[in-house]
Write a protein that binds this ligand. Structure first.
Ligand SMILES: O=C(CO)[C@@H](O)[C@H](O)COP(=O)(O)O
Ligand SMILES: [Fe+2]
Length: 216
């Protein structure tokens, strides 16, 4: 399977968001990665439901929504209505993760679970068969443009071993500090999907940068 590429609009030009969404539409990207930050779970506030809703009106690819918010159950229905296709919540933000995953599925969305860099993949042992995607954070969540944390490669290997042991299938997505160099090693380690924000939107030619990532 070719690597799935999910450009993060956190690094887009918010004064020209429509143009950046159209660029992603025309590119080889597979998804739109939308980072929702509440200023509580992470020390930053990004954008919210009205922006997601507007993006969904013109996006021609699935919306991969990464919720960095406490108690995400309160907003599952709202993100479905705003156009989310895949909703990822943080393990660290959910008291009743299994219920949250059921709730996401009952709203007709794919369910992802994200782990902070310090959270071991072993915490997924009893939820792994119920989810569609694991999002491994390769930076501490909250900001774009941070340096990649190297232990992510070994976490992918541990996650792949857990997936095999549980005889299940899911998408392994990596988020933070992805560029051609880290991306190549991530794919070699077993990543299925890569999120890239600043590497795409700060490049001279974002469409070509997405195509280069797609080749990995
Ligand atoms: O979830 C997050 C950050 O919390 C990410 O999705 C970032 O938006 C990735 O940005 P880069 O590290 O690629 O610049
Ligand atoms: Fe993200």
């Amino acid at each position: 399977m070719q690597t799935l590429i999910s450009p993060s609009l956190l690094a887009a030009d918010f004064m020209n968001l429509k143009a950046d969404v159209e660029m992603v539409n025309k590119s080889e990207a597979d998804w739109f990665h939308l980072d929702i930050m509440d200023g509580v779970f992470v020390p930053n506030i990004s954008y919210g439901l009205p922006v997601v809703e507007q993006i969904s009106k013109i996006a021609t690819k699935p919306l991969d929504v990464h919720l960095m918010i406490v108690d995400p159950d309160r907003y599952i229905e709202a993100f479905k209505k705003a156009g989310s296709d895949l909703l990822t919540v943080h393990y660290e933000a959910c008291t009743h993760l299994h219920r949250t995953v059921q709730n996401i599925h009952s709203h007709g969305m794919k369910a992802g679970v994200s782990l902070n860099p310090h959270t071991p993949v072993s915490v997924l042992e009893d939820i792994i068969q119920d989810i569609d995607l694991v999002l491994l954070m390769s930076v501490n969540p909250g900001f774009g443009g941070q340096s990649f944390i190297e232990n992510t490669y070994s976490k992918i290997e541990k996650l792949k071993a857990l997936v095999a042991e549980k005889k299940t299938e899911l998408i392994i997505e990596i988020d933070g500090g992805v560029n051609l160099e880290t991306g190549k090693k991530l794919v070699e380690a077993g990543a299925d999907a890569l999120v890239a924000g600043s590497f795409v939107f700060n490049s001279e030619n974002p469409t070509q940068t997405i195509a280069d990532l797609k080749q990995l």
